[in-house]
Design a protein around this ligand. Sequence first.
Ligand code: AN0
Ligand code: CP
Length: 317
Amino acid sequence: MRHFTSITQLGDLQKAIEAAEYVKKNPFADQDKGKNMTLLMIFFNSSLRTRLSTQKAAMNLGMNVMVLDVNQGAWKLETERGVVMDGDKPEHLLEAIPVMGTCCDVIGVRAFANLTDRDYDYNEMIINQFIKYSGKPVFSMEAATRHPLQTFADLITIEEYKKVEKPKIVMTWAPHPKALPQAVPNSFAEGINMTDYEFVITHPHGYELDPAFTGRAIIEYDQKKAFEGADFIYAKNWSAWSGENYGKVLSTDRDWTVDSGKMALTNNAYFMHCLPVRRNMIVTDDVIESPQSIVIPQAANRVVSAQTILKMILSDM
Ligand code: AN0
Ligand code: CP
């Protein structure tokens, strides 16, 4: 694998999960693999987990790591071609990217959707330019439409906790005060669609996701009905994807918050969230603190996810 921008690039998911299990048991088995190799992590947006887990993963593989926060310390970057650069951005991505490529061997990029122009976001303009102009393997640390390192960690976690062959997975929209991208739910849906698990997505009307990602998922507008018999509840907020409403917050209705009453409808489901999570908006304190909440082991699997992917990239260089 040269670039990693979508979970579907893993091909054989079962094999990838086995590779992850090996990495989890033997975190320092490949200390020489990344020797004299440098990972450059580029952040256009904030991060706690992705930053720490990807850096830790690279260190476990013996890599050197550099982190660049584009909006703090680096020159502000223009991303549009053809713009007369008389504003506040002194450098263009088209020079910055090849220069970044000269300083490293592998590049990780975090560049969220701007949520104003759907075509621009869904064409993945930023990460695709890194792929085109850096000359190096590039992987996504959450791009405009997907967050595959998160999805891989989610799938590893479900594999570890599932009690039946084909668990019922329910992804539920939950309220949030700010407009968030669709990257995490898109990517999670893409990942679950690679399995034969039962898959239900529940959200208020108007929050339909791109069917290219939701695929075979059953869409259920009644959240309580969706929760019945669930083995895993995967909560996430996202902004609207459809048409004119793209990127908008249509509802902050706390009737959609995941609480213990709704969890009682499930098959004693595990509660998952990619974090960061807003308590008592997305999920109540008691649910996230309950023994059924696996958000911390889920986050811990981010190191395993990143290390497995980096190892695959290094193996193919
Ligand atoms: C981001 C999002 O929803 O895409 C990152 C999640 C990993 N969340 C926030 O900005 C709160
Ligand atoms: N889940 C996740 O990617 O978290 P960060 O935004 O903190 O990296």
